[in-house]
Design a protein around this ligand. Sequence first.
Ligand code: SF4
Length: 378
Amino acid sequence: MLLDTISKLCSNRVMRWERQRVVPPKEGASAPELPLGLPEGAPSSSEQRPRAGLRLPEPVPIEAGTEEAYAIEIHAKSVLNRVPGESQVPFRWTVNPYRGCTHACIYCFARRTHTYLDLDAGHDFDSKIVVKVNAGALLRKELASPRWTGEPIAMGTNTDPYQRAEGRYRLMREIIAALRDRANPFSILTKGTLILRDLDLITEAAQRARVSVAVSVGSVNEGLWRAVEPGAPSPLRRLDVVRRFAEAGIGCSVLMAPILPGLSDSSAEIDRTVAAIAEAGATSLTPIVLHLRPGAREWYHGWLRSQRPELLPLYERLYRNGAYTPKSYQREVANLVEQAKRRHGLAHPQRPENFREQQHDPPQSDADRDRERQLTLL
Ligand code: SF4
């Protein structure tokens, strides 16, 4: 209902960020489909929305709440975002070249940020991807500013920089090259196997500055992946990324997130996932239980209602006080993960020289979240 209302409000009016759009194709010209293939093993059932690619937008204002999948190219005014000093997050600067994410995780905490663009937090978030086409050049300029002090920069803190659009736009190559050239420390968190394309640049950067890479794998259950992360590469392919970075001597940590109540929180599921992560050679593993903020909460509940209605009472109980589960439940899950880490030799992981702890989605207060949201607008 909420999403319907937002869609109606936003339809047929010019978005306030339209001024920043790159000149779209001339009226009447056909809009070329971007060569963005489905990730290997992605679901092809007719129940899934088509994800064969994004189209460059027609020369009309983008409408919210429609089925179309678009790459919305814009010229950003700034690409380095400062996190407010009082925030609890373990980084002060972020770069996010994309808004929205075709990995389309049902639970994605960043969904609400699409509403700040006058798009909706549901299918629009998955399919109308804002691309900051000047991100690389702009970052190079901002890093060269005498005011820039060379602090670490976190990427993948809002949406995934290695989502499918990156295959076409290659913004991360420009961004990493700029960071390498300034010997600026950085960290990347992703579910995208496309990061392997940039292993050469990341290796060069790691020889000059502290670099850390983390991959998010909440579960290795294939059925669950297809259901809740329909646009992302499979968990096993993500673990190949961990393996390749380990072989390259850079190392890669794993954020075991989110752990989903009733779906991936059993002792057996946790053990299987931790075993696979350990086997891949992760430098460390950090578990995070699902939290459901506005935007993600409505979308996730819609999915639960249609696919796993028997779990609704459990979720109502666990999330009755807001976005987070009770501490007692979080401790229970953390204990299961800790025991599995000990069984599989991950309790005292080796950390390579360039490793720096990073969290995709650290606990934040509502005020922190709103401030970070402000910073990640265009
Ligand atoms: S990969 Fe990350 S940013 Fe993209 S939809 Fe999934 S949780 Fe959200």
